[in-house]
Design a protein around this ligand. Structure first.
Ligand SMILES: OC[C@H]1O[C@H](O[C@H]2O[C@H](CO)[C@@H](O)[C@H](O)[C@H]2O)[C@H](O)[C@@H](O)[C@@H]1O
Length: 616
């Protein structure tokens, strides 16, 4: 059975990523890229669906983990109590300390997972179990010996090579090894992926790969802007976001996993290994606030390729290279994380209309300009065409930011983000001298604003509502002051924040995105508190001048990060455990923004709002 979600750590190479449990088991790895089939899928099933364990044999061993400073290199320090006398230790007493270093090298000749174990004290009996199952945990490969002593595993289009000096034995479709290390000794395992029709790549040089990878991450994180008081937390989140970028194309995934449940045992299990325009643009904004302008360029070029063509055909999400067909299907052979079925691959949300996306994209393009990213010759032309489409599209109902699978509605947040799209286009034209029918756009901006204030606000509740005519609340309304729709001291915003506090703050003081009990989202009720929304409440409080409350909320949320600084999408406060895909970009974006808002170094909330004097 898989561990708790918070017991996993991430290693990645900006093309794919692996989740490694506190027990030393790699339970999730998709190769050669984020959205490929997993070859270790125990996370969503059992060890028979593939995993790679490397840990002391002793059940009494305890682990402490950390990332090497400023990097995505994971170090697990195992302490084994003296006097274990484990078999495999030659009958002698064992006990000591080993450090396992896990990394996915950046810039290697082929996708690689490197695991190195070094004994620092005493002597420790180690065990490794290697169960590889290609095709999302289904295909048992043909395993053979390499001339240099390693193993080759092949099934269909996929091949991996495992190189190590540790003797391994295969039986019952598992490969295992036992070995003992004494102080100063080490063992190295190098696992490489290559398409099965290609010749086996030469064995890489582990020390060189490690040094090169450490240099890459440290150079990158060394450029991170400070957030007084929370710089380490922010740096870890930005590193996590960087690890979710797919370097070959500039795409950014929402999370490296699929189907970690939003409620244990429930069906709210989705594939996040794709590029949502919403999540990707918000990631980009967080990176921009952190000072990373080149990432903005890579993302903008990805975006321009992905949405190129007829704006009516633009999607809310794409594959890593901008692929459009992301058909959703269920994986019958995987039982699901703690039996939370189904496990899904692909995401039907790619066919939805979600109007907020235009606002996030136009805002990110605007912010990139403000940050000094040189203009691209096609970007503005595409924006002007997209505006022509939006002029009509904003009047339609949609599925909203939460991608509800019920009937489309006039979601208030969606309409507000349409206002943002127009507003940022107007501001781009005004501030950067870009050509277009600005007077016409200004009129459109006022029209959207007036309609939202009229139809999206419930005077009896003294709050904006989830959708026109509804009395439901929605945590996305907390974003209205942050995007500049109305100032935080407007009585309608104050009323909305109060209403969210009263009706959507749940167990542990965390925020639910909306009430799922009515079934309006087309799914059975029940999900955890949504971590990003909890950060948004802190941001709203900062804008209202309620700093102490915001800081308390931020510290509470920071305290939910796991031992290596990672957050999933949701949290079950009653059970005290993480829920949903992991680590999730949305949660880390929100953490970075709130930290910056609190630190006062850069203030995304006021910066995004841009001091717009919104029409009343
Ligand atoms: O809860 C229903 C929806 O949940 C997923 O969407 C969520 O994740 C997206 C990626 O992070 C995010 O952009 C969106 O705002 C979230 O609601 C799932 O991907 C959807 O298919 C599902 O309908």
């Amino acid at each position: 059975m898989a561990l708790r979600i918070e017991d996993y750590a991430l290693v990645g190479d900006c093309a794919s990523a692996a989740l490694i449990g506190r027990d030393g088991s790699v339970d999730w790895l998709c190769w050669p890229k984020f959205d490929a089939d997993a070859c270790f899928a125990a996370l969503l099933g059992s060890r028979e669906n593939g995993r790679w364990l490397l840990a002391p044999r002793s059940a009494a061993a305890t682990a402490e983990r950390r990332y090497r400073d400023g990097s995505m290199i994971l170090e697990t320090r195992w302490t084994v109590p003296a006097g274990d006398g484990e078999p495999g230790s030659g009958g002698s007493q064992t006990g000591g300390v080993v450090v396992v270093t896990d990394l996915m090298p950046v810039g290697a000749a082929c996708p690689t997972l490197l695991r190195q174990v070094r004994c620092e004290a005493g002597q420790v009996a180690m065990h490794t179990e290697f169960v590889l199952r290609f095709g999302m945990g289904a295909s048992i490969p043909w395993v053979s010996q390499l001339p240099d002593g390693g193993l080759r595993a092949v099934a269909g289009p996929d091949m991996v090579l495992l190189r190590t000096a540790v003797p391994l034995q295969s039986h019952n479709l598992h490969t295992e090894g036992d070995f003992t290390l004494r102080a100063g000794e080490e063992a190295v395992f190098v696992l490489c992926y290559t398409p099965s029709h290609l010749p086996a790549p030469p064995a890489p040089e582990p020390a060189e790969l490690t040094a090169q990878t450490e240099r890459f991450w440290r150079d990158w994180s060394g450029r991170c802007g400070v957030a007084d008081g929370w710089s380490d937390t922010v740096q870890r989140s930005l590193l996590t976001l960087k690890a979710l970028t797919y370097a070959p194309t500039g795409g950014i995934v929402a999370a490296p996993t699929t189907s970690l449940p939003e409620w244990i045992g429930g069906p709210r299990n989705w594939d996040y290994r794709a590029c949502w325009l919403r999540d990707a643009t918000l990631t980009l904004l967080a990176l921009l606030h952190g000072g990373y302008i080149e990432e903005a360029g890579a993302w903008r070029n990805w975006l321009l390729r992905a949405i190129a063509g007829n704006p009516a055909q633009a999607q809310i999400m794409y594959g890593l290279a901008g692929e459009r067909r992301l058909q959703e299907w269920e994986v019958p052979w995987l039982s699901g994380y703690e039996n939370s079925a189904p496990v899904r691959v692909g995401n039907a949300a790619h066919e939805q209309r979600q109007l907020d996306v235009s606002g996030e994209v136009m805002d990110a393009l605007y912010q990139a300009r403000v940050s000094g990213l040189p203009e691209d010759e096609h970007a503005w032309g595409l924006q002007v065409v997209a505006m022509r489409h939006l002029e009509q599209a904003w009047r339609e109902p949609d599925q909203g930011i939460w991608e509800m699978r019920g009937p489309p509605r006039h979601f208030v947040h969606s309409k507000v983000m349409c206002w943002v799209a127009v507003d940022r286009t107007v501001r781009s034209a005004e501030e950067f001298g870009l050509p277009g029918p600005v007077a016409h756009w200004r009129q459109l901006r006022d029209e959207i604003h007036a309609q939202v204030c009229q139809q999206g606000f419930d005077a009896a509740l003294n709050s904006f509502v989830q959708s026109y005519g509804s009395t439901q609340l929605d945590a996305s309304l907390l974003l209205l002051p942050a995007v500049g729709f109305l100032p935080a001291d407007d009585p309608r915003i104050a009323g909305t924040i109060r209403a969210v506090e009263q009706r959507l703050v749940g167990p542990g003081g965390l925020v639910l995105r909306y009430d799922t009990s009515g079934g309006e989202d087309g799914l059975p009720k029940g999900e955890g508190s949504f971590l990003a929304c909890s950060f948004w409440l802190a941001d709203a409080w900062i804008l209202q001048g309620r700093r102490a409350e915001a800081e308390r909320m931020f510290e509470r949320l920071r305290g939910l990060c796991n031992d290596v600084g990672l957050l999933s999408e949701e949290y079950d406060a009653a059970a005290g455990r993480m829920l949903g895909n992991f680590p999730q970009a949305f949660s880390h974006i929100a953490l970075v923004n709130t930290a910056y808002n609190l630190s006062g170094t850069v203030t995304p909330a006021t910066q995004r709002a841009g001091g717009v004097a919104a029409a009343a």
